[in-house]
Design a protein. Structure first.
Length: 403
């Protein structure tokens, strides 16, 4: 099978880039042919804020033309889109449809129904815009990059293509990362058909199972910011005396340094390379994930499972779906550190808990599982089933497995 990936790369490499690279590597290793048509925003950066830039972001004819040439040269069976914003634009969806190539699009976030793609504002959950085609709240509150102009541009792009039916009619299958994300997006204003929306979690390469005898510390890994719940977590651990290792960087880093400076049981590592994080995970008693927003599909939780490390997470969004209470981890009320503290008193840290965390990775989040999931979608589309908008059997199978 020949798969053409389309991706508008970000200024700094992130999770979407890693997922795309993983999928290409998996497909190539199984004998498929892949190529990536990459875009960046340099071509519109020089006219940022001008009408011409906005028009290109809504529909860029040059990007459509570029895709047309690549399709003619490569003849893909399927096109897989990871990000269209901004230079690629939805024009590539029209070009793919014009040339008869089925399109899969991975939704890594909530961009179609939220200007900042995260469903949060000022550090708290916000769903004010999800049911509107052209919501003004995101613009007024400068939800994207703290800019009314840029928030307006994102709203114009998503709203225009909701109105035109682009999201509904020009993509043959969507991949969401969790059942929660699927349901949230389907409940919004994007107009997607349920039968076209699959659930396929992210995956990571196997780092190997961690130690059977764990050290007496808990681990936090992530952005040091308000929506991650890290400040409340650090303060609570400073109070209780339980050992906490924190890895990451962000706007609240200085506050965490101050807490760690006065609490001997808290070790703030700052930003660390992946291999260091995995080493700490393999010896941690558990990963603590106190996020106060819905999340997409936290790679940190998958990494924990892969190392056989149970997860203590907020009873919220995707976390609630990933954590099987008492099996691969435990849940506590979002933002309630007293609830977490009481939970820690009750948990019996048996080897079985670590083995079940590892089993969760092998059954749901391994690269081989991910490969089979996306290949199943590709095959349905390349076999012509994309002509029928309802792919209910596969969706139901995925929902049963991951919901």
């Amino acid at each position: 099978m020949k798969v053409l990936f389309i991706h508008n790369r970000y200024q700094h490499r992130g999770g979407e880039d890693a997922v795309l690279d993983m999928e290409r590597r998996l497909l190539d290793s199984h004998g498929h042919a892949t190529e990536t048509l990459s875009f960046d925003n340099e071509s519109i950066a020089g006219v940022a804020g001008k009408v011409s830039a906005a028009m290109k972001a809504v529909y860029n004819p040059q990007s459509a033309k570029k895709l047309g040439f690549r399709i003619s040269a490569f003849s893909p069976d399927v096109i897989h889109v990871h990000n269209l914003f901004f230079d690629a634009s939805p024009s590539v969806l029209y070009q793919a449809k014009k040339m008869g190539i089925p399109v899969v699009a991975t939704l890594h976030n909530y961009r179609l129904i939220c200007a900042n793609a995260m469903l949060i504002r000022s550090g708290t959950i916000c769903e004010k815009c999800i049911h509107s085609t052209f919501p003004s709240s995101g613009i007024i509150n400068k939800c994207y990059r703290n800019s009314a102009v840029q928030s307006g541009l994102v709203t114009a792009i998503t709203g225009t293509h909701k109105m035109l039916g682009t999201w509904k009619n020009k993509v043959d299958a969507y991949i969401t990362l969790s059942g929660f994300m699927r349901n949230k997006i389907l409940s919004g204003s994007a107009g997607l058909e349920a039968g076209k929306v699959f659930i396929t979690p992210n995956a990571i390469a196997d780092p190997g199972q961690g130690s059977s005898v764990r050290d007496d510390y808990f681990l936090f890994v992530g952005r040091i910011s308000a929506e991650k719940g890290i400040l409340q977590l650090a303060r609570k651990f400073a109070e209780t005396g339980d050992r906490l290792v924190i890895a990451g960087d962000g706007p609240l880093a200085e506050s965490i340094r101050e807490i760690a400076a006065t609490a001997a049981n808290i070790n703030y590592l700052g930003l660390q390379p992946a291999e260091t994080i995995i080493r700490y995970m393999k010896h941690a008693k558990a990963l603590v994930f106190p996020s106060t927003w819905y999340e997409g599909m936290p790679m940190t939780i998958i990494e924990a499972f892969a190392t056989g490390t149970p997860v203590l997470a907020s009873r919220l969004g995707s976390m609630e779906e990933m954590i099987e209470e008492g099996s691969n981890g435990f849940l506590f009320e979002p933002g309630n550190m007293d609830d977490l503290h009481e939970l820690l008193k009750r948990i019996k840290w048996k080897e079985e808990l670590y083995n079940r965390a590892r089993s969760s990775y092998l059954e749901k989040y391994s690269e081989e599982v991910h490969y089979n999931n996306i290949l199943n979608i590709y095959k349905q589309l390349s076999d012509g089933q994309h002509k029928n908008p309802i792919i209910a059997k596969s969706v139901n199978e995925h929902q049963h497995q991951y919901a």
